[in-house]
Design a protein. Structure first.
Length: 266
């Protein structure tokens, strides 16, 4: 049977799936390019404009601009991830490409941040010895390794929208979400966020602008963790509550002690 002999709605449906997959792959490519630029933006390696370069404004105006940029990212990144927004959003964006669209919008907001970021070059610390510079630079790249590993432990391609577009072809049966704690998730509840905290703070040369970026991003992560854990408790119930009691949130060496209500439930 030739394509022109197929029913029109069936051909259109197949075309939509192809378009959705290509769109998701393009969004994934945007993510890879943005992630690479973020590495260079924070490290000052291989990018035309990093966190400490470019023309600068008065430090007070620069602080205001940079704070607004971080706030814009926080509102977009966290707001679009909430369940209520997703339910509203999928009235306009097909479900198979909803996650990819979220990834794309996040990338666009980050590109805006890279473009408009105002450096504040006042030095907070600067390590002079080669071994301390090398040590902190190594920690910085270890942080990126933690981030990459964490994404694969929680399904890298689902996190970034590729799996959803592929599922539109396979029509998989709905599955109840299974609570798992692979590898790093046995040490901390949010290794992905831990990796980001490492790369934000691990620098041998900390300027006031970099410090502002790191501090505001850390504040956003702490708020984001609270919102995410609320969603996870709703999704996994008692399994996640028990997990939260025995595993630290971000710092592996800090263990939480079960509270009285947990002991009574046992």
């Amino acid at each position: 049977m030739k394509p022109q002999d197929l029913p029109e709605h069936r051909l259109s449906h197949s075309t939509g799936k192809v378009a959705g997959l290509l769109y998701s792959l393009c969004c994934y490519l945007c993510f890879l390019l943005t992630a690479l630029y973020l590495m260079g933006f924070l490290s000052g390696i291989g990018v035309p404009k990093d966190i400490d370069s470019g023309p600068s404004l008065d430090w007070r105006l620069a602080t205001l601009v940079d704070t607004l940029l971080i706030t814009l990212f926080a509102v977009q990144h966290s707001g679009m991830a909430r369940k209520g927004f997703k339910q509203w959003w999928t009235h306009f964006i097909p479900a198979p490409i909803e996650r990819a669209t979220y990834v794309l919008v996040t990338c666009l907001v980050l590109v805006l941040l890279f473009w408009l970021w105002q450096p504040i070059r006042a030095s907070i610390w600067r390590l002079e010895s080669a071994w301390t510079q090398g040590m902190l630079t190594g920690v910085f790249w270890i942080g990126w390794g933690v981030i990459l590993l964490a994404t694969f432990l929680i399904s890298h391609f689902e996190l970034l929208g590729i799996k959803q577009a592929l599922d539109a072809w396979r029509s998989p049966k709905p599955e109840n979400p299974t609570f798992k704690t692979p590898l790093l998730y046995k040490l901390v509840r949010h290794p992905l966020y831990l990796g980001f905290l490492i790369v934000f703070w691990a620098t041998p040369s900390m300027t006031a602008g970099h410090l502002l970026f790191a501090a505001l991003s850390t504040l956003y992560i702490l708020i984001g963790v609270h919102l995410e854990e609320r969603d996870l408790v709703e999704l996994f119930g008692e399994d996640y509550r028990r997990y939260r009691q025995r595993v630290a949130m971000l710092v592996p060496l800090i263990k939480r002690k079960p509270d009285a209500s947990s002991n009574q439930q046992k």
